[in-house]
Write a protein that binds this ligand. Structure first.
Ligand code: FAD
Length: 278
């Protein structure tokens, strides 16, 4: 299906194969459009050829199984937040989806758009998914491919259509803490997502991801090592984080200078740890 609009040509493929072919022909995927259609505000040119993802059933999948969660790229933040309630290992992602942006954006912006947007430092879902050790499933000319999210962010997923995200389930707890400069509708200036196995009374297999501080979210591995084997203690976690903020080269931007992002990171870590206690 193809239509001409004020924004140029929009195709609506009904199969993954057609979508991959359209992308190869230069069509740019459009999901919730909350980023793409604001291109002129960023002084960017809108793509000439767009491809709506609304006809692709594979991108709508939502399965929270005992071993794995399959989260389709077209799920909105709202849908994700609702579906993940009551699962401690997915609580960080549920908070990220349910607290991001504002209610209108959450009803429209999608998982695929959030992790597929280049140059978007303040995504809430990306650090939550890094802490969940998520895998991205892409449709490419060579078929479906799996890529750890960090590799996708590093640019190795450039060629593909995001079909879904997969998260392996295990008895662990997760949390997400963010600091917007105002209460609502703002991008966060720093984000901390944590996921850990606490079943032994000591911290095991902890993953800590930081967003909005550098251009791309990433794991805070030195802090993970420091906290492994300790008991769950928000004050101790904050103190350890304070010693290790030098691991980041924080970005200066209109919402906040780099030094401020670094100064709030330990506090966000404490808040995330406090959520893990509940
Ligand atoms: C005022 C405002 C505040 C916001 N605050 C936050 C916030 O606090 N936290 C937060 O996380 N987000 C926030 N957002 C949302 C975020 O900025 C993006 O707009 C949103 O995540 C993009 O999702 P979308 O579905 O609208 O993507 P679109 O705008 O449709 O697409 C964005 C990009 O992703 C690509 N893309 C989309 N789907 C796929 C796919 N399946 N495969 C490959 N590429 C794809 C598109 O080609 C495009 O390049 C905010 C947005 C606004 C407007």
């Amino acid at each position: 299906m193809m239509a001409e609009t004020g924004y140029g040509e929009i195709t609506t493929p009904q199969t993954l194969a057609d979508a991959v072919a359209a992308m190869a022909g230069g069509a740019v995927p459009i999901a919730g459009a909350t980023w793409l259609l604001r291109a002129p505000l960023r002084h960017e040119v809108l793509p000439e050829r767009l491809m709506s993802l609304r006809g692709l059933a594979d991108l709508q999948v939502l399965t929270i199984g005992p071993r794995q969660a399959l989260l389709g790229a077209m799920l909105t933040h709202d849908a994700l937040a609702g579906a993940l309630v009551g699962h401690p290992d997915l609580a960080g992602l549920a908070t990220a989806a349910g607290a991001s942006a504002n209610p209108g954006i959450r009803r429209t912006a999608t998982l695929g758009g959030n992790i597929g947007t280049r140059g978007f430092a303040a995504s809430d879902l990306v650090p939550a998914l890094l802490a969940a050790d998520a895998t991205v499933i892409l449709a490419t000319g060579q078929g479906l491919q799996s890529l750890p999210l960090a590799q996708h962010l590093a640019g190795r997923g450039d060629a593909g259509l995001i079909v879904r995200v997969e998260v392996a389930r295990s008895p662990r707890r997760a949390a997400h803490a963010r600091l917007p400069m105002r209460k609502a509708g703002d991008y966060p200036c720093a984000i901390v997502s944590v996921s850990a196995d606490l079943s032994s009374g000591r911290i095991k297999d902890i993953r800590i991801a930081v967003g909005a501080v550098e251009a791309t979210a990433r794991r805070w591995t030195s802090l993970e090592e420091r906290l492994t084997g300790t008991t769950l203690d928000p004050a101790l976690a904050e103190a350890a984080a304070r010693q290790l903020t030098g691991d980041f080269s924080a970005r200066d931007a209109v919402d906040a200078p780099g030094w401020y992002r670094l100064s709030v990171l330990p506090v966000l870590l404490r808040r995330a740890f406090t959520q893990l206690e509940v």
